[in-house]
Design a protein around this ligand. Sequence first.
Ligand code: ADP
Ligand code: MG
Length: 432
Amino acid sequence: MFSHFSLHRLLVKAVRELKYRQPTPVQSEAIPLALEGFDLQVNSETGSGKTLAYLLPSLNQLLNRSKQGTGTRVLVLVPTRELAQQVFAVCQTLVKHTNLSVVLATGGDDFEQQAELLEQSPAVVIATTGRLLEHIKKATVDLEQLSVLVLDEADRMLDMGFSDDVHAITAVSNPDHQTLLFSATLNNKWLPALAKKLLRDPEVLSISGGRTEHADIHEQVMLADDDANKQKQLLWLLAHEYFAKAIVFCNSRERAERLADAVMPRRRKVGILHGEIEQKKRSSVMASLLEGKINVLITTDVSARGLDIEGVDLVINYDMPRRGDDYVHRIGRTGRGGKDGLAITLVKPGEWNLKASVERYLGHRFEPRIIEEVKGNYTGPEKLRASGQAVGSKNKKDKKKALGKKLKKAKKPKRNKKIAVKPAQSSADTKG
Ligand code: ADP
Ligand code: MG
């Protein structure tokens, strides 16, 4: 029960209204330690309830301080605008019985309006790093009273190259603050350096399993001849598969645009979202998806991290993701809050070996799915290695080498996790 934590009664009241039966494992472990004031480095899989795990203890500080402070005392940094909006919404439900104010500072929205709100020193700021730095430069935000800094999806922030931004932000913040660093994986290659620099004697929590309740994601793979074949398959799935909301992932903005151009004339209620789209449009697409005005979102990995969209029960990988952890995060958009989900990955000839390496990395195989009406001629490589890779693939030598390296890394599964996550490599077009 949440009432077992020594949380302020107004927070307990708000949580009770959410009707969660009990804290998730990451909440049970992280909340008491954070309440005691420890710096934390927490790794816990997507969908495990990290948002409350950091918001509740952070907000508690604001309510319980013997000397109630003024100024911005809690700062939550996240990698994307959409995630910031989502955390902002959760935060607002948690503070609704208090008089704490929460302000969202993300790129794309009107700067002056945000500046006006920030100048009133809200207790909590939820931000993306780029926009927050603009506010710092214009002195519209004051972090000298900061008492808790949260980095959510820290590994993703590092992947996106925000490390310098984070350091620039901490440089102007009250040095005497608690830092809570949350990520879905600890084996991001830049994470140790960030943790070393930001955390003081941290408690390190690595929580295995723990998706909220018994979420079950069925993972299927469909073979395709080429993009044209994939488009047919996708349209078939969107027309025949039973689903409430679907997210379709592409590997680049360009591919998402091209796919949207092909799908939108043939299917209603489809939206597109990626990092180059202007903010107003991004917000309205997200709102439409939440409200159900659209039920298919074509997007890039910008939407793969952290977003919790009610009712997403189908994820389609139009492109095979290039990294195991991208795959895990994409399919993690479904099967949330204990509900079942279906993930279907479309694989064309050049993507077979990538599929095989992701399967090895996950430690399980995808279920083959064949739809007679739209199946192609491709049935996979003629001969397979024990690894599941194609024998004698026509790849150039250096490509093979690179793949070998990838496999080596994939061979080391993390012991205590259902789904292990591969070390991150920077990949330009996952920035959405
Ligand atoms: P993460 O950040 O680890 O990916 P979220 O914080 O977004 O996970 O939570 C995932 C889902 O689980 C959300 O829909 C959230 O409302 C729900 N949730 C969070 N805590 C609980 C809980 N204690 N019991 C049931 N559902 C919960
Ligand atoms: Mg999250």
